[in-house]
Design a protein around this ligand. Structure first.
Ligand SMILES: Cc1cc2nc3c(=O)[nH]c(=O)nc-3n(C[C@H](O)[C@H](O)[C@H](O)COP(=O)(O)OP(=O)(O)OC[C@H]3O[C@@H](n4cnc5c(N)ncnc54)[C@H](O)[C@@H]3O)c2cc1C
Length: 371
C-alpha cells in the first residue's frame, strides 16, 4: 500500500527546519550530535518510518524513507546517516529475518524509537571483501560467545542493539558467517575509540571490541551460516537510503551554490548551477525509480546500485562546484560549503564503494566472471 509520501516529506521538512538546521553546522564543529537531538528525532517518529505499524513502526514506503532521508541530508548528513543505518540495515533485516520473539524484544523498541540500531560488518582487516571477516563466534553454554573487533561502525557507541556479523571459522568462508543481535550493554562489548573523520563529523564512527561477549540462544538472527546473505541483502536495501542521503547532500550543496551565485552572478557560476541542476534532477530520478521498484516488489538491486553510484558521485561533484562558487569565504573553517564537500565525500565509500557498485552492476548486467 502506498504511504503518504508528501506527509512524511513534509513532516521531515518541518522538523529539519526547526530542530536540525539551526544546529547543523555546530554538530559538525563539535564532532558530536547532542543526545537531545537524537531523542527529538526518535520522539517525532523518524526511527520508525517504513517499518510495520504492527511492530511499532510508523508505516510508509521505501519512497517515504527516501524522502525523509533526503530532507534530513539537505541540512545534516550526520543526522540522515544515523537514521538511515538504523532503519535500512538494522530494523529492516530484523523485520525480514527475525522470529516473533526477536520482533518483540529488538524490533519493537527500534521501530518505536525507544532504541537505536547499529550495523557492524566492517573490521580492521576487511571492508569491501566482507566475507573475509575474522570476528569469531563459538557455542557457549546454551548460547554463543563472540570475540573480535569491528571498525568504522556508525552509532555503535550510542546504539542499543548492534546487528553484528561473525564467523564460526574463517576457513569456512561465506558459509561460516552468522548474524547476531548484540545489546550494547553486554559485558565484553566496548568502544575502543571514536574515529576522527574528515567529513560526517557529527555522526559518531567507532572501532569496537568484543571480548568474550556472551549472548543467549535467541541472539542469532536467521539460520546458522546465513549471515553474509543477511548482510548483503540489508546493504542492497540500504543502498536506496544511502543514495537518498547523497541526493540530499547534493541538494543542500546546490541550494547553497544558487544563493552564492545570485549574490554575485557570472556566466561561469551560471554554468556551474546549470550543470548541477541537471545532475541533481538525474540523481533524483534514479533514487525515485529505485525506491518505487522496491515498493512495487520488483527487482531493485540494479536500480539501487545505479542510484547509489550516481547520486554519491554527483553529490561530490556538486559540492565541489558549490565550494568553488562559494569563493574565498568557502575556504574558511566552518563554512557550509566546506562541510557539504567533506560530507559528500563519505557517500562514494559507505555501504559499498563506487568500485563495488560498478562490480555489482556490471556482473548483474553482463553476467558473473567465468570459472
Ligand atoms: C563514515 C563511515 C561510516 C561507516 N559506517 C559503517 C557501519 O556503520 N558499519 C559497517 O559495517 N561499516 C561501516 N563503514 C565501513 C564502509 O562500509 C567501508 O569503509 C567500505 O565498505 C570500504 O571498505 P574499506 O574502507 O575497508 O576499503 P577497502 O575495501 O580496503 O577498499 C579500498 C579501495 O579499494 C577499492 N576496492 C576494494 N575491492 C575492490 C575490487 N574488488 N575491485 C575494485 N576496487 C576495489 C575500494 O572501492 C576502495 O576504493 C563506514 C565507513 C565510513 C567511512
Amino acid at each position: 500500500m502506498a504511504g503518504p509520501v508528501d506527509g512524511w516529506r513534509e513532516r521531515a521538512r518541518r522538523f529539519v527546519a526547526t530542530s536540525v538546521e539551526p544546529i547543523a553546522d555546530a554538530i559538525d564543529r563539535d564532532d558530536a550530535m547532542p543526545a537531545s537531538l537524537r531523542a527529538a528525532v526518535a520522539d517525532a517518529g523518524f526511527l520508525g518510518v517504513g517499518l510495520p505499524p504492527a511492530r511499532g513502526g510508523g508505516g510508509g514506503t521505501t519512497q517515504d524513507v527516501a524522502a525523509v532521508l533526503e530532507e534530513f541530508a539537505t541540512s545534516s548528513a550526520a543526522v540522515a546517516t544515523l537514521i538511515s543505518v538504523h532503519l535500512s540495515v538494522v530494523a529492516a533485516p530484523i523485520a525480514e529475518h527475525g522470529t516473533a520473539a526477536q520482533h518483540d524484544r529488538y524490533l519493537r523498541p527500534l521501530a518505536e524509537g525507544r532504541a537505536l540500531g547499529a550495523f557492524a560488518l566492517t573490521e580492521p582487516g576487511s571492508g569491501s571483501d566482507a566475507g573475509a571477516l575474522t570476528t569469531r563466534y563459538a557455542p557457549d553454554g546454551d548460547g554463543f560467545r563472540l570475540d573480535g573487533a569491528k571498525m568504522f561502525i556508525t552509532n555503535a557507541g550510542v546504539a542499543d542493539t548492534i546487528l553484528l556479523f561473525a564467523t564460526r571459522d574463517p576457513a569456512l568462508g561465506h558459509r561460516g558467517i552468522s548474524a547476531f543481535l548484540v545489546p550494547r550493554t553486554a559485558p565484553g562489548y566496548s568502544v575502543a575509540r571514536q574515529l576522527e573523520k574528515l567529513g560526517l563529523r557529527g555522526s559518531e564512527t567507532t572501532e569496537i571490541t568484543l571480548d568474550h561477549v556472551h549472548l543467549g540462544p535467541d541472539a542469532r538472527l536467521g539460520p546458522e551460516g546465513a549471515g553474509l546473505g543477511i548482510a548483503l541483502g540489508a546493504l542492497a536495501g540500504g543502498r536506496v537510503g544511502i543514495a537518498a542521503c547523497a541526493l540530499g547532500v547534493a541538494r543542500g550543496a546546490y541550494e547553497e551554490m544558487v544563493r552564492n551565485a545570485r549574490a554575485e552572478p557570472t556566466d561561469w557560476k551560471r554554468r556551474c548551477v546549470a550543470q548541477s541542476f541537471t545532475e541533481l534532477a538525474a540523481a533524483g530520478a534514479l533514487v525515485a525509480s529505485a525506491a518505487a521498484a522496491k515498493d512495487a516488489g520488483a527487482p531493485f538491486v540494479e536500480a539501487g546500485s545505479a542510484a547509489k553510484l550516481f547520486a554519491s558521485t554527483v553529490a561530490v561533484r556538486i559540492a565541489q562546484r558549490g565550494f568553488e562558487v562559494g569563493g574565498r569565504p568557502a575556504a574558511d573553517a566552518g563554512s557550509r560549503a566546506g562541510r557539504l564537500l567533506r560530507d559528500a565525500r563519505v557517500f562514494p565509500i559507505v555501504e559499498g564503494t563506487t568500485e563495488i557498485q560498478e562490480l555489482i552492476l556490471g556482473r548483474s548486467l553482463v553476467g558473473p566472471p567465468m570459472g
